[in-house]
Design a protein around this ligand. Structure first.
Ligand code: DQA
Length: 156
């Protein structure tokens, strides 16, 4: 009886992944990314995760292979979906795309800036075709909308 109750109340586990240079938010290109730093984004996400009753883990890395490792690990540790801002790797990383394809978990891609309004090399995302969807251009709000969308797309 007790065990059944515990499993019923088990929270869905999600992973938030921040790619390269996002650790510099708040200091980096403020005209594009604003004054909000990564800790502020993570705190807002934690608050929302609590409201949505999901268990959330957050990682940031400047290293492509490390992001690939986090994605692979998620498939093995019970994670139900990934919210990712791959940052510059959005436009270059076949490795991150392949990792997403390999794990078969829902992935939502987010960007602070509207990448389609910026330089042409940012218009192409290698990740979008393997993601459930993409949200771009709303600053911190992109992450919050993305987390809501991810939780919606996770099957119970
Ligand atoms: C970004 C957009 C990318 O083109 C860029 O390389 C970033 C941040 C964004 O959140 O707007 O580092 O992913």
């Amino acid at each position: 009886m007790k065990a059944r109750k515990r499993s019923k109340n088990k929270k869905k586990k999600v992973l938030v992944l921040h790619g390269p240079n996002l650790n510099l938010l708040g200091k980096r290109e403020k005209n594009i990314y604003g004054k909000t730093n990564l800790e502020m984004i993570n705190n807002a996400l934690r608050k929302l995760a609590k409201e949505l009753k999901v268990d959330m883990e957050v990682k940031q890395s400047n290293i492509e292979g490390e992001l690939v490792n986090y994605i692979q690990k998620a498939a093995k540790n019970g994670t139900k979906g990934i919210l990712i801002n791959p940052a510059a790797y959005t436009h270059t990383s076949v490795a991150i795309r392949d990792a997403i394809l390999a794990i078969q978990l829902p992935v939502v891609e987010v960007h602070l800036s509207n990448i389609y309004k910026r330089e042409e090399f940012r218009h192409k995302s290698l990740i979008a075709p393997v993601a459930v969807g993409q949200i771009a251009g709303f600053g911190k709000e992109s992450y919050l909308l993305g987390l809501k969308a991810l939780v919606e797309s996770i099957e119970v």
